[in-house]
Design a protein around this ligand. Structure first.
Ligand SMILES: [Zn+2]
Length: 132
């Protein structure tokens, strides 16, 4: 049973603002070698904002995202975090998080260039996200 039924609220997310993507990559860089973590907020199907999570600490993804602290808010569509070790493939902990929260998740991976990121759906499958 999911903590929050996103299917009742979800609007299809098709794109991310270039500005927002750059902000994610910059934040990932500045946190290096620590992990960066935040929440993705979309408006009319376009991700335009990133909320930094308060009180996040470096380490396992499960620790970064304390599920009980995540807002149940329709405009929050999923999560973003960085992989300082490189490689954008979700870990088991990431997949567990993806199935329990949201439906659009970004992983940014070192060295955090404009192509060093991937987007996943709630089942951990790679999904397309346009940059606009
Ligand atoms: Zn991860």
């Amino acid at each position: 049973m999911p903590l929050f039924d996103f299917t009742k609220h979800m609007e299809p997310v098709t794109a991310i603002r270039m500005r927002t993507l750059k902000m994610i990559l910059e934040a990932s860089k500045s946190q290096f070698p620590e992990e960066f973590a935040g929440l993705l907020k979309a408006d009319k199907g376009v991700i335009k904002e990133v909320w930094l999570l308060p009180g996040t600490e470096s380490g396992e993804t499960s620790a970064l995202f304390r599920l009980n602290m995540l807002p149940r808010e329709p405009k929050v569509v999923g999560t973003v975090h960085s992989h300082p070790a490189g490689g954008c493939r979700p870990s088991d902990a990431d997949l567990d998080l993806f199935t329990r929260f949201g439906y659009c998740h970004i992983i940014a991976c070192a060295p955090y260039g404009l192509k060093n990121w991937s987007c996943y759906d709630g089942n951990g499958n790679r999904r397309k996200l346009e940059v606009v």
